[in-house]
Design a protein around this ligand. Structure first.
Ligand SMILES: Nc1nc2c(ncn2[C@@H]2O[C@H](COP(=O)(O)OP(=O)(O)O)[C@@H](O)[C@H]2O)c(=O)[nH]1
Ligand SMILES: [Mg+2]
Length: 204
């Protein structure tokens, strides 16, 4: 697990262009390499992207869980360039789903996404660090593993933990091999984001 207290500097944000908002996978324009930000509503997907990117139209951070229903795309670079990496900010997958229903619907959705988006390079799976990994997260990681696509688990909102809670979480995840990489981050305080930024930049 990657954990440090370094604060991500503003000047290190990656320049990006907004490509628009889309209401389904089939509506997405063709792009090349892509990383998708997935996770439950309110986990901080849009906040993380807003922190990592320097863009005119920042990803919309919502005060109400579940209010973003559109997929928003951003492309790295300070001017339009289709050869650059695309980052996809997804709507959250909701709260009140039963696990079985969720798995079916989300596996279909992910299946469609992966089938249609051939350039997909990684999934950034964002989760509130105060939650436990559940079937949803393991399911996403295993679907991706089967396609040889790495899933990076971003445990967000680390600013909400005290020292002993932080230590407990680090211990809990030390032996976890379900994900390609695990990191404890805070989009709000911009801590521990260098690995993710560099990973994105390396694919950019
Ligand atoms: N304390 C704290 N709040 C955060 C953090 N990241 C996001 N939030 C808050 O969580 C809420 C949902 O954020 P948003 O980025 O819209 O989540 P999304 O639905 O996953 O895109 C907003 O009120 C954010 O201000 C974080 O690192 N720490
Ligand atoms: Mg969002």
């Amino acid at each position: 697990m990657i954990y440090s207290k370094t604060v991500f500097a503003d000047r290190n944000r990656l320049p990006a262009q907004p490509l628009g908002k889309f209401n389904s996978v089939s509506a997405l324009p063709a792009t090349g390499a892509e990383i998708a930000f997935l996770g439950r509503s309110n986990s901080g997907k849009s906040s993380l992207l807003a922190t990592l990117l320097q863009t005119q139209k920042a990803p919309q951070v919502s005060s109400r869980p579940g209010s973003t229903r559109l997929i928003q795309l951003f492309q790295l670079g300070s001017k339009p360039d289709q050869s650059r990496l695309t980052l996809a900010d997804f709507p959250g997958y909701g709260y009140a789903q039963s696990s079985a229903a969720f798995r079916k619907r989300f596996a279909e959705f992910l299946g469609e996404y992966i089938t249609r988006r051939e350039g997909i390079k990684a999934i950034c799976l964002v989760m509130d660090c105060r939650r436990k990994v559940e079937d949803e997260e393991r399911e996403i990681s295993s679907i991706m593993k089967a396609r040889h696509i790495p899933t990076i688990l971003c445990l967000n909102k680390a600013d909400q933990l005290n020292q002993s809670e932080t230590a407990k979480i680090r211990k809990e995840y030390a032996e976890n091999r379900d994900f390609f990489e695990i990191m404890l981050v805070s989009a709000k305080e911009r801590t521990n984001l260098d690995y993710l930024r560099n990973y994105i930049a390396s694919l950019g």
